[in-house]
Design a protein around this ligand. Structure first.
Ligand SMILES: *[C@@H]1O[C@H](CO)[C@@H](O)[C@H](O)[C@H]1NC(C)=O
Length: 180
């Protein structure tokens, strides 16, 4: 008897979750923001997904911030599990109310996954802390391989690089958390 309300809530959640067949988006989330004009990291639960490929879109509940859905990646393989998003791929201004959508690669209205609402904080903001592992001093090797893909045009490349390293370290910490 006491358990009935909890059961109803749980079954409602399960029903909702089964409508979306894509992976859970782990980063960004409500308390794991992105930083504007910086390289950020997108991470999802690639181990529990029925989707093998998806497109990635960004949206905002406020049409004054962003109208409609804007493509970030046309096609990602689920098995990649995590993807850097450069400031050239997402040029959105700092604001709250963003969500990411993982969609069918040929039909973006067929949404597999939707992230929490998250914030893009202004350039220079610290990246979110992730659990007990201090994100410092790691991620430099991966960071150095990431600068391809565009032919320059970056002012402040050094600050870009350091924020990238920090972001990757944060993901490392997050992955460690999941594995634990
Ligand atoms: C795209 O996906 C939506 C939602 O699943 C569906 O209603 C629509 O029929 C699909 N469109 C095409 C062309 O398959």
């Amino acid at each position: 008897m006491f358990f009935a309300p909890a059961f109803v809530t749980l079954s409602a959640l399960v029903t909702f979750a089964s409508a979306l067949t894509g992976p859970k988006i782990i980063l960004p989330t409500a308390d794991k923001w992105w930083v504007a004009q910086s390289t950020n990291v997108l991470t999802w639960d690639c181990k529990n997904s029925q989707a093998t490929q998806f497109g990635v879109y960004i949206s905002n509940k406020d049409p004054k911030v962003l109208q409609g859905n804007l493509a970030i990646f046309a096609q990602l393989d689920n098995t990649v599990c995590s993807k850097e998003v450069t400031q050239l791929q997402v040029t959105q201004p700092a604001a709250t109310g963003y969500t990411l959508l993982f969609t069918n690669i040929v039909n973006q209205t067929d949404v597999y996954s939707q992230s929490d609402e998250f914030e893009i904080k202004p350039l220079g903001s610290a990246y979110p802390q992730t659990s007990s592992v201090a994100p410092s001093g790691t991620g430099t090797a991966a960071g150095s391989s990431s600068s391809g893909g565009s032919s320059g045009g970056n002012n402040g490349a050094s600050s870009h690089k350091s924020s990238l390293g920090y972001g990757l370290a944060a993901v490392g910490a997050l992955v460690g958390l999941i594995a634990a």
